[in-house]
Ligand binder design. Sequence first.
Ligand SMILES: C[S@@+](CC[C@H](N)C(=O)[O-])C[C@H]1O[C@@H](n2cnc3c(N)ncnc32)[C@H](O)[C@@H]1O
Length: 250
Amino acid sequence: MTLTAQSTYFGHGGTHPYERSLLGGGALTLRAVGDTSVATTIMDVDRYAADADAADLSVIEHSVGAVIDLGCGPGRMVRAAIVSGRFALGIDVSATAVAMAHDSGLPVLRHDINDTLPLEGKWGTALLLDGNIGIGGDPHALLNRARLLVNPKGLVIVETSAADGEERCFLAEVRDRCGRSSGPFPWAQIGAGPLIRIAAELGLQVEACWSVGDEAEARKDVESEAEGGEDERGADGEGGGVRTFLALSA
Ligand SMILES: C[S@@+](CC[C@H](N)C(=O)[O-])C[C@H]1O[C@@H](n2cnc3c(N)ncnc32)[C@H](O)[C@@H]1O
């Protein structure tokens, strides 16, 4: 697999704002190319390399068996799974994210999630977190791919968009704080309602649906938006305060 400036992966291409933010810090904004009806999403790249927070740890608590994190970034969830005593592996296409994970001693492989991966069909839990249901812009195909990685008793745990009914597939780009843009890539934002429907179409059952975070903080952000703040939201929700997850059984 070779990454070029024309790559269609999250944050790649252009002037490589994702790689630069991983190294230098700072948030990214994700926008739909040529569609102003989609709210700009703020992605807190610093958090990807930080320690797992309470919401992340709730995911580990709901997981079963060995954990594979799809689009793991620098490996926050891989570290959390290992610390909790699990066998875990991260997969990411970003050379910078994988190098950062290796510097921290974490087992992460540089692959597209559609490549042939180790232990296909044997993992206990596959993770798709922090916007990663967006990967490839086709949530149906992505969920199916994740399902094929886990064993018959396994789980796919997905972080949803906090806008419950949201279902958008679009061409996106990310931009860093200096205005440097990636190339366009296919992406999706899917709330719990549509995700449950897509899961049912694939024969997946909902084992659990839960939210973690600060409702008050989220409400404050939504109110400030209603009062004329910019039409922006955190990757983890409308206001960034509450994160919602679904555990689906294969
Ligand atoms: C929004 S970030 C989320 C990072 C991580 N899940 C976290 O919560 O810290 C998306 C990650 O998915 C990776 N990615 C995007 N498309 C991918 C693909 N097709 N295969 C593997 N990784 C991919 C990106 O390189 C990036 O690190």
